[in-house]
Design a protein around this ligand. Structure first.
Ligand code: MG
Ligand code: MG
Length: 271
């Protein structure tokens, strides 16, 4: 068991650069997302974009994962492998991306809504995205990791009645894609490691509309909900800096693209 690797300011700036490239890749993908487009196509575009910017895909080849993006549709929670099945109006499409450059990784994810996904599912997306920021607000120096976990679990389960996936968690990030500590989306306030300056973690709530139970597909990657109801996923990489969370990735690139793409719905409740 290796210890937590706290990062220097210089290292955090490299990770930020990588996370911004991830964020721009997610936005680029969002620009292409429409009914009829396939995951394989988006994956190819993402790989080209990342390489054109002097980085390498962070997921491709990681434990033999075959693609640049994890694309997880509807009941798929995470780790979906891009394929040739065209997306359809009404799908929710989670895109998770990592890059590697200058010795460090970057990681972020966003779930898109393609057209009318239904009121229940839209609310799941909004609440899951909000829960990410509840977790981020709880990431303060001298707090505990469990404060982040508790904030996400409380908001999604207690306040909104959804369920938190237990088998998959956020993670430390740096020279490795997954480092100590694990960042569960469930837990108790005041528990776990102390949050110190230089801690870099990916916070990534994976929230289900129905049961929290998940199943792993035969491909060894795809994780889907046992009841086949929808699951949402949003992720930011953050650093604890100057006493609070410094968000290194940036979903505003994605949200600008959503505004311009008529095939995508803004992640907000109508009325
Ligand atoms: Mg990710
Ligand atoms: Mg991650």
């Amino acid at each position: 068991m290796s210890a937590i690797q706290y990062k220097t300011d210089e290292e955090i700036e490299i990770i930020r650069e990588n996370c911004l490239l991830v964020s721009r890749t997610l936005a680029m993908v969002g620009g292409f997302l429409k009914p009829g487009v396939t995951g394989s196509f988006l994956d190819q575009k993402a790989e080209e974009f990342i390489r054109d910017h002097g980085a390498e895909p962070g997921f491709k080849g990681y434990r033999d994962f075959p693609a640049t993006l994890c694309i997880s549709k509807n009941e798929v929670v995470v780790h979906g492998i891009p394929n040739e099945t065209p997306y359809e109006e009404g799908d929710i499409v989670s895109v998770d991306c990592g890059v590697y450059a200058k010795g460090f990784f970057g990681d972020a994810a966003y779930t898109f809504a393609m057209g009318d996904v239904g009121e229940d599912v839209m609310k799941l997306l909004v609440v899951t995205k909000d829960s990410l920021y509840k977790g981020i607000e709880a990431a303060k120096r001298d707090g505990r990791l469990g404060d982040i976990s508790h904030a996400i679990q409380h908001y999604t389960e207690k306040v909104h009645g959804y369920s938190v996936v237990r088998e998959l968690v956020g993670h430390g990030l740096g020279r490795n894609l997954h480092e100590k500590p694990e960042v569960p989306n469930f837990g108790k306030r005041g528990r776990g490691v102390k949050l110190q300056e230089g801690l870099v973690i990916a916070i990534e709530p994976m929230i289900n509309l129905g049961t929290r139970n998940v199943v792993q597909a035969n491909d060894g990657w795809t994780v889907y909900t046992k009841d086949r109801k929808a699951s949402a996923h949003y992720e930011h990489t953050i650093a604890v800096r100057n006493g609070k969370a410094d968000i290194l990735s940036d979903h505003s690139f994605v949200e600008e693209v959503i505004e311009k793409n008529d095939n995508l719905e803004k992640i907000s409740l109508k009325n």
